[in-house]
Design a protein around this ligand. Structure first.
Ligand code: AMP
Ligand code: ZN
Length: 486
């Protein structure tokens, strides 16, 4: 397997510290608003990467966090906490916001066919680990306190600070940053721990050696939880390209300073953005679409997945409804072909040249996937297979193997005439299903999450996924869809 490592800016042979085991940490989602298609692209491509590693024989331990505290609106450690902002926007408590958007995140992931992490860890469940790390950094002389503000990391104490992003520290010293916290010794210094300001009355606060009401900075959660679950040094860390200059740079600084070990992470993998009309799709810009918007247009999430696969993860991608509608057509054609191959019977003993051809396709496809995830080229091989002269049943077997890494769900495809769109009119479903939807709503209102989960699981058994949209719960049939007559 070959992989582009942001640290070296080159494609390297992937050699984990202790093969075949791979420790992988993916920066998780900040649960203050809806998961949008930009997030879906990032986490879908993480999923394709993890599937590829597993197919190549690696045993991956996949850890992903949930950022539910401490992520401030600005990377310069200023601005409002994103969770507090979300709570105000939706008129709910921060804890409710965190729970509901975490739920929405995983539902979106499930709809995309992404395998869940082996460990999903919330920042608020790991306050102790984060606190201990900051205490160690202070003891070792890497941290200093700014009165009434927080504990900061002194980046000038490290000779190699900024190595991931190739930061030009001199330029930064000259004051390139607009927003600046008063009292910072260096512009690149960052908050490890923050104190509640007088009159702020935050919902999420903890006692620390420095203040009774305080909370972790954003970066510390990822270093502390990654170390907790994967050890002081591990193999792979992923995130969006926006994380290179600040979040991941700071993760490296605090982790290597605290443990005294280098490198914290062997391979840094970064995903490029999904843009809408040339702008980054983001919660703060408000130009985002969710998986519900996709479903409402009658588009199968697997068509969106296929669309994501057509662009390499390190290239920028521009989202348009036209492109996803085009992908829907391609998906329907492909799904129909796969179902056709599946039903082709009369398997015969293959001639040597056909066997060789199958093997060649397999080598090419996985060769491309294992070469820094060349998904667009790998898809071309897939289409070549569909058009080739190898028998249908053998095409089916080969495509199902390709799908182990693509995650499009070829094996579970079935023809159905159910519409892809959400069922908005609950009067059209059975009484049993309606009652379960009601039970779940009642449980959610009472914040009885366990009962809500149980009702949701029962609905899944009956073949329905519940999707919460602003107007209330709606249902979606779970079967992968192929339009009738296509
Ligand atoms: P956040 O919830 O903002 O912390 O983002 C979670 C992950 O999604 C991070 O790794 C971001 O880099 C990534 N991300 C956010 N917006 C986009 C986007 N428009 N396209 C691709 N990835 C994104
Ligand atoms: Zn992170």
């Amino acid at each position: 397997m070959k992989l582009y490592n942001t640290m070296s800016r080159t494609i390297e042979e992937f050699e984990p510290r202790s093969a075949p085991d791979v420790g992988l940490y993916a920066c998780g989602f900040t649960v203050y608003d809806y998961t949008h298609l930009g997030h879906l692209r990032k986490y879908t491509m993480d999923d394709v990467f993890i599937r590829t590693l597993r197919h190549a024989g690696f045993t991956v331990k996949f850890v992903q966090n949930v950022t539910d505290v401490g992520h401030l609106a600005s990377d310069a450690d200023t601005g409002e906490d994103k969770l507090e902002k979300g709570a105000k926007k939706y008129g709910k408590s921060v804890w409710d916001i965190a729970h509901e958007f975490e739920d929405y995140f995983f539902r979106s992931m499930d709809l995309m066919g992404n395998v869940r992490p082996d460990v999903s860890c919330r920042a608020t469940d790991h306050i102790q680990e984060q606190l201990e790390m900051v205490i160690v950094l202070e003891k070792k002389g890497y941290a200093y306190v700014i009165e009434g503000d927080g504990v900061y990391f002194d980046t000038s104490k490290l000779s190699d600070y900024g190595k991931l992003a190739h930061l030009d520290l001199e330029k930064l010293q000259e004051g390139a940053r607009v927003e600046r916290v008063i009292g910072k010794r260096n512009p690149t210094d960052f908050a490890l721990w923050k104190f509640e300001r007088p009159g702020e009355n935050r919902a999420m606060v903890w006692k620390s050696p420095w203040a009774d009401r305080s909370f972790p900075g954003w970066h510390i959660e990822c270093s502390a939880m990654a170390i907790h679950y994967l050890g002081e040094q591990f193999d792979v860390h992923t995130g969006g390209i926006d994380h290179i200059p600040v979040h991941h740079t700071n993760e490296i600084a605090q982790a290597e300073a605290a443990t005294g070990k280098q490198p914290f992470v062997k391979y840094w993998v970064h995903h490029n953005f999904l843009r809408v009309d040339g702008e980054k799709m983001s919660k703060s810009l408000g130009n985002f679409y969710t998986i519900d918007d996709v479903l409402k247009r009658g588009i199968d999430p697997k068509a969106l997945r296929l669309l994501f696969l057509t662009t390499h993860y390190r290239s920028e991608m521009n989202f348009t409804w036209e492109s996803v509608e085009g992908a829907q057509k391609s998906w329907q054609k492909l799904a129909k072909l796969i179902l056709q191959f599946k039903t082709e019977t009369g398997r015969t003993v293959l001639s040597e040249d056909k066997l060789e051809k199958i093997d060649e396709y397999r080598q090419r496809f996985f060769g491309l996937m294992e070469d820094d995830l060349k998904t667009p080229e790998a898809l071309s091989v897939l289409y070549e297979v569909t058009k080739s002269n190898i028998p249908g049943s053998d095409k089916y077997d080969l495509l199902v193997e390709f799908d182990e890494v693509l995650g499009l769900g070829f094996r579970t495809l079935q023809l159905t005439d159910q519409p892809t769109a959400l069922i908005t009119d609950l009067a059209t479903v059975s009484e049993e299903v309606r009652q379960l939807v009601e039970q779940r709503q009642t449980a959610r209102t009472a914040k009885d999450w366990q009962a809500a989960d149980t009702a949701r699981d029962s609905l899944v058994k009956l073949g329905y996924e519940v999707i919460d949209v602003t107007t209330g719960p709606q249902l979606r049939p779970i079967h992968p869809i192929v339009e009738k007559g296509q």
